[in-house]
Design a protein around this ligand. Structure first.
Ligand SMILES: [Zn+2]
Length: 396
């Protein structure tokens, strides 16, 4: 248990080395598991010590006005770091029961702020286990379910960023009750556009903070205008949800995940000369494979189970086409792009897969050329919004 391998010299990480073998990877994994256990133990011990230090007001004889000041001045923590450790230590002080799940990894230290927000002596036995194995985002959702916002804000707000020229907020700045509000407070010049943020408010409601272009708002406004006769009170959320429903339906059709998938040339069976294109997958086969695998990557992991990713999922031939594999339900599985490549590399080797990728890139470029636009050039943007605006304009 104590024999971790010596950590590598940081400078050596720049050297080019061959990928790890399976044996080496397993040895790495065991080492990392051990180090993580130590890290969790060390974090728990730190919080326990800090809780004891705070309980005895150890920061006072050292001349500090508070534990927060001590954490920043003497331990050199940032405001955020000091605040999260302070909250965690006080949580430990109130509920020493959190230490054990912290130590064995069921409870993540990054979730403690959310735990601290909602845990009470009365609900502890029931609520604490809900935070086990949660990411920060999941912990926020649990906290929002336990203690929902009493009056969740429903207002939509549009804030201008200096990097984006607010060409127009037409249709979004009208006096309808549900329209977003254009803020007069631009962010400071040079401020980076914030990433998308989701804040759970109640079990059902989330607050979404997302940076969009003026073009995006034009499209939302055009879609609202288009719906205004049938649904004069339509909200931005309803417009976006309707658009997302259309997109999801289109994606489901492309993946044959609809009751009546569109027929493909492969559904017609072998060509008149008896040949079968092994890369063409019949719609019914794709539908059966995606339903069987739950449209998630089914690549097996060394530790057991499957990858389960839903990101860039493709259909993977278990026996590659190059080795005679055919497009049958048994020979196909869902695989994320990464695992699709890995499986091919394991069976065919690096060179063969590089050649296949180069051939696929050539085919893609040829398809784009046939469509009349140079390879690499993005499609014309905003054409849809322009069409919608034209259509919604009153006749002059
Ligand atoms: Zn995968």
């Amino acid at each position: 248990m104590d024999s971790t391998t010596p950590y590598p010299d940081p400078a050596s990480l720049l050297e080019l080395v061959p990928p790890a073998t399976l044996e080496e990877a397993r040895s790495f994994r065991d080492d990392l598991v051990l180090r993580l256990a130590r890290e969790r133990d060390s974090t728990s011990t730190f919080l326990l010590t800090l809780a004891d230090f705070d309980r005895r007001r150890g920061w006072e004889p050292l001349g500090h006005s508070s534990l927060f000041a001590f954490l920043m001045r003497e331990l050199g923590l940032s405001k955020g770091g000091a605040s999260s450790r302070l909250k965690s230590a006080r949580l430990v002080l109130r509920f020493p029961e959190v230490i054990e799940p912290l130590r064995d990894g069921r409870l993540c230290v990054t979730s403690l702020a959310e735990v601290a927000r909602v845990l009470t002596p009365e609900n502890m036995a029931e609520i604490l286990p809900l935070f086990y194995d949660c990411s920060v985002r999941e912990a926020r959702e649990v906290a929002a379910a336990v203690a929902p916002f009493p009056r969740p804000p429903r207002r939509e707000a549009v804030t201008s960023l200096p990097l984006v020229t607010p060409r127009s907020s037409a249709g979004l700045g009208s006096d309808e009750p549900s329209t977003p509000v254009q803020s007069t407070e631009p962010l400071p010049a040079g401020a980076a556009a914030p990433r998308t943020e989701v804040r759970p408010l109640t079990v059902e409601l989330r607050r979404l903070h997302v940076t969009v272009s003026a073009r995006f708002l034009d499209k939302v406004a055009a879609a609202r205008d288009g719906l205004s006769n049938a649904h004069p009170d339509v909200t931005t959320e309803q417009v976006l949800e309707a658009a997302l429903d259309l997109l999801l339906e289109k994606q489901a059709r492309a993946k044959a995940l609809v009751k009546k998938p569109r027929r493909r040339p492969a559904d017609a069976g072998p060509a008149p000369d008896g040949t079968v294109n092994p890369r063409a997958i019949p719609a019914a086969v794709e539908r059966a494979v995606r339903l069987r695998d739950g449209d998630r990557c089914a690549f097996p992991l060394d530790v057991g189970g499957v990858c389960g990713s839903t990101w860039r999922v493709q259909l993977d031939h278990v026996v590659p086409v190059a080795l005679g594999g055919t497009p049958t339900i048994e020979n196909l599985r869902c695989a994320c792009r990464r695992h699709n490549r890995l499986a091919a590399e394991r069976l065919l080797g690096d060179r063969a897969t590089s050649a296949m990728r180069a051939a696929m890139a050539r085919r893609r470029a040829a398809r784009k050329r046939r469509r009349g636009r140079p390879a690499g050039q993005p499609p014309r943007r905003n054409a849809g919004a322009r069409r919608m605006r034209r259509a919604s304009r009153p006749p002059s």
